[in-house]
Design a protein around this ligand. Structure first.
Ligand code: F6R
Length: 604
């Protein structure tokens, strides 16, 4: 996802900014840029693609002495990855960099356009700098204009702004997106959206809080809270270990990625929910004209999100859905009809089997859509349309946040199609949208949960196998839970529909067979419960995950009594991820790089 750096001082400004952006590369990006203000003159460089392109462009630029600089790596959300859309964005005499999404940008943009502003980019960010220029005309100071600007923005943002009207200042604001202010040994100030660019440069930092805003000058820090009250800047010591900083203090990238699901799903939803409808600016609704079936095709975890989607799309959009494993689909000589929309799902957008099926669909003349995490990936470039999941780069080989964001996108997509097809009432869509807004909270890890799962995990290190069972969307979730466990613990695990156990697998039941039972309250609870009772009667060891206490279980992990099964889905997803993680940790495995697996499978 996007990254920000900033610096004010007399050292090598260009190097500090470019090094900082280099430290943020691991987060993924598709364009980058810097703006340096020196002697009331801006030097600005932007480039699409890797940072080396930006370095080449700025090769001959050597600012000497005092300067003020900001830099950015962009992961496209509004508008394609082009130089025009790359940050920093220019107003009349100011530049801005921004992470996050300005939810009310469309309205602000319309108002500014009516007042004669000519926008150059398709980004939401550009409204910030134009709003600032407008406010500057009616304000006593640049800071007053900046404060007025920030107060009009809705959504999540971290912003740095530099302006010729005060050319020894960086203005900053943080709301919902991370921003850190650092100070080096000489007292010079640096900014970054995560601590890695600051390590080795700054000795102490302030992790800004939501609502914080202010400015820094060579000899001054002005920090205010969201109420406009002055805060005393309290710096804390900065770690010197880069790898552990990239992990944000977590033991593994997978663990960090489980914990950041609330933030990334917020990004997935941002700008896509109004009170009454789903907004996919990237989709032309005619994509669904004449479509009678949707075919979802993927591998691994992405296949599990597709299976989840099949329930949601049929249930809400009343459209027939088929789900295919890409490696099978390639060779089954499938019948492809033009009234089918072909949807490929992939975190990386490069998985060889899935990419090949997309090519097959294109050759057969089908309309195609890709749900993907990586813009500019092969699949995104090939498909007619794409929806980005905005999970940020996923480092852990075992996918977690990619799955969560895919399911969130599919839930939105089912409602988007439902609206086009009139298969749900306006009220039903509104209610579902209100539920979608609850996902970020549902995936937060409540106090004590992780600790409980860690304690409990010691009982599941042996035995002859695991069955993860669930019904409806909890069946694909069970498949995903089993896949997570086998990938990183190397224990044998299978996912099964609860109602299917008695058709064979129950023969395996004994105390050494561990059943992880998903028992949500709001879908098929009684039926699922009796399936688990059948296993309990045959002495299988049972770990029940449910909001309702289950006396036939050996272990019980309580989830909250959410009021909808999809919210329960997201809560249980986190429980399964943590359970796999802790079992694998106890077994001493390399959780981030499990044996025999690669993050992106680009061979057949
Ligand atoms: C499991 C996992 C894999 C991938 C699969 C498809 O944790 O990561 O099963 O889901 O290799 O990859 P993408 O989604 O990149 O096409």
């Amino acid at each position: 996802m996007c990254g920000i750096v900033g610096y004010i001082g007399s050292k090598k400004t260009k190097e500090i900014l470019l090094d900082g952006l280099g430290e943020l590369e691991y987060r993924g990006y598709d364009s980058a840029g810097i703006a340096v203000l020196q002697n009331n003159n801006f030097s600005v460089y932007k480039a699409v693609g890797k940072l080396v392109n930006l370095q080449e462009k700025a090769h001959d630029f050597e600012p000497k002495g005092f300067a003020v600089g900001i830099g950015h790596t962009r992961w496209a959300t509004h508008g394609k990855p082009t130089e025009l859309n790359a940050h920093p964005h220019l107003g009349e005499s100011s530049y801005v960099v921004h992470n996050g999404i300005i939810e009310n940008y469309a309205q602000l943009k319309r108002e500014l356009q009516n007042e004669g502003v000519n926008f150059l980019s398709q980004t939401d960010t550009e409204v910030i700098v134009w709003l600032f220029e407008k406010e500057l005309r009616g304000s006593a100071s640049a800071f007053e204009a900046f404060s007025k600007t920030i107060s009009q923005l809705h959504g999540a943002f971290a912003v740095l702004l530099v302006t010729k009207s005060e050319d020894e200042t960086i203005f900053f604001a943080k709301q919902g997106s991370p921003m850190i202010l650092g100070r080096d040994e000489e007292g010079e100030k640096h900014f970054a959206s995560s601590d890695t660019p600051l390590i080795g440069k700054c000795s102490e930092v302030i992790y800004l809080e939501d609502g914080d805003f202010g400015f820094v000058k060579p000899n001054e820090i002005m920090l205010l809270d969201k109420g406009g009250n002055k805060k005393i800047p309290h710096f804390s010591k900065l770690s010197t270990n880069k790898l552990s900083a990239q992990k944000n203090g977590y033991r593994f990238f997978m663990e960090k990625e489980i914990y950041e699901q609330s933030d990334v799903i917020t990004d997935t939803l941002l700008g896509r929910l109004s009170d009454s409808e789903i907004i996919f600016e990237e989709l032309d609704p005619t994509l669904f004209d004449g479509i009678n079936e949707i075919k979802l095709c993927a591998c691994g975890t992405s296949y599990h999100s597709a299976l989840t989607a099949s329930y949601l799309i049929e249930r809400y959009a009343k459209t027939r859905v088929s789900v295919e494993i890409a490696s099978e689909f390639r060779y089954k000589e499938p019948l492809l009809c033009k009234d089918t929309l072909f949807v490929a799902i992939s975190q990386s957008g490069e998985t060889a089997d899935t990419l090949e099926t997309l090519k097959m669909a294109k050759v057969a003349g089908l309309k195609t859509l890709v749900i993907c995490n990586v813009d500019n990936s092969s699949m995104v470039r090939l498909a007619d349309a794409s929806i980005l999941t905005r999970a940020g780069i996923e480092k852990g080989v075992a996918s977690t946040k990619a799955f969560a964001t895919q399911v969130a996108v599919f839930w939105m997509l089912s409602l988007y199609i439902a609206k086009l097809k009139n298969s749900l009432t306006c009220k039903q869509i509104e209610d579902q949208i209100a539920l979608l807004r609850e996902i970020p909270r549902a995936v937060e890890i409540p106090n004590g949960l992780h600790e409980k799962i860690t304690r409990l995990s010691k009982r599941y290190l042996h035995g002859h196998g695991f069955f993860f069972i669930g019904r409806d969307v909890f069946f694909p979730l069970a498949l995903e839970g089993a896949l997570k466990l086998k990938e990183i613990s190397y224990l044998h695990a299978e996912g099964y529909p609860s109602g299917e156990m008695k058709h064979g697998p129950i023969a395996l039941a004994d105390p050494e067979l561990f059943t992880i039972a998903l028992l949500p309250q709001h879908i098929l609870y009684e039926k699922s419960k009796s399936n688990v009772e059948e296993l309990s009667a045959r002495d299988s060891t049972i770990c029940a995950i449910s909001p309702i206490e289950f006396d036939k279980a050996d272990d019980y992990i309580q989830t909250s009594s959410a009021h909808h099964y999809m919210i329960e889905f997201f809560e249980m997803m986190v429980v399964l991820q943590l359970l796999s993680l802790e079992i694998a940790v106890r077994l001493g495995n390399d959780v981030d790089m499990p044996r025999n697996l690669a993050k992106s499978v680009t061979v057949e």
